[in-house]
Design a binder for this molecule. Structure first.
Ligand code: IMP
Ligand code: MG
Length: 192
């Protein structure tokens, strides 16, 4: 929960400035165009975390593509994963015979992306499934899953901004940053 009326005052330091992120998106988009040129592509954006990343990335990809969104919850407040991945939709979008690029904010334990990929392959018949994330945490993953496209490698620390939240806040910051330690302490006290 924000302790100040301005989000920025709760940030300890900025990890990735907006311009750094946007420059990297230009390169990622070029790599994606190279891979999917001439193919039937569906981009599957995982909400809410990938909202801002996907919006900026897709506007740099001048290919014909379909956009679908998937609502998934895997963190229920706090900074540690519950390990439980909940799908908010009963059915998946129609992707039979298409190449699918899953876009998510961050590859952390790998549970979310692994669960999504498994369901996609089990329930539909995509021609291929690839994964694109803004951030990849350097750590041992709980599930065997890797990103085909990754914006930045970061250490194993909790980050917010550019779509990433802490207790559903901070998604609207234009950069990726680290919260002041007292924000976590205050949230723990109030039970967020
Ligand atoms: P997973 O642990 O790889 O399954 O990641 C699950 C989800 O946890 C991600 O899609 C993010 O929404 C969230 N998450 C993981 N690490 C962070 C973080 O450092 N900040 C904010 N959200 C995170
Ligand atoms: Mg989240």
């Amino acid at each position: 929960m924000a302790t100040d009326s301005l989000l920025i005052s709760n940030i300890d330091h900025i990890l990735l400035h907006e311009q750094t992120i946007l420059s990297r998106l230009d390169q990622m988009a070029a790599d994606i165009v190279q891979k999917y040129r001439g193919l039937d592509l569906t981009v599957l954006a995982v909400l809410n975390g990938s909202l801002i990343f996907a919006a900026d990335l897709l506007r740099r990809i001048p290919l014909p593509l379909k956009l679908e969104c998937l609502s998934v919850s895997s963190y229920h407040g706090g900074t540690s994963s519950t390990g439980v991945v909940t799908f908010d939709q009963l059915s998946f979008p129609e992707i039979a015979g298409r190449h699918v690029l899953i876009v998510d904010d961050i590859l952390d334990t790998g549970r979310t992306l692994s669960a999504i990929r498994s369901r996609l392959v089990q329930e539909s018949s995509p021609l291929s499934v690839s994964i694109c994330v803004l951030l990849r945490k350097q750590k041992t993953r709980d599930c065997e899953v890797e990103a085909d496209f990754a914006g930045f490698e970061i250490g194993d620390e909790f980050v917010v901004g550019y779509g990433l939240d802490f207790a559903e806040e901070y998604r609207n910051l234009p950069f990726v940053g680290v919260l002041k330690p007292e924000i976590f302490a205050a949230a723990a006290q109030t039970g967020v």
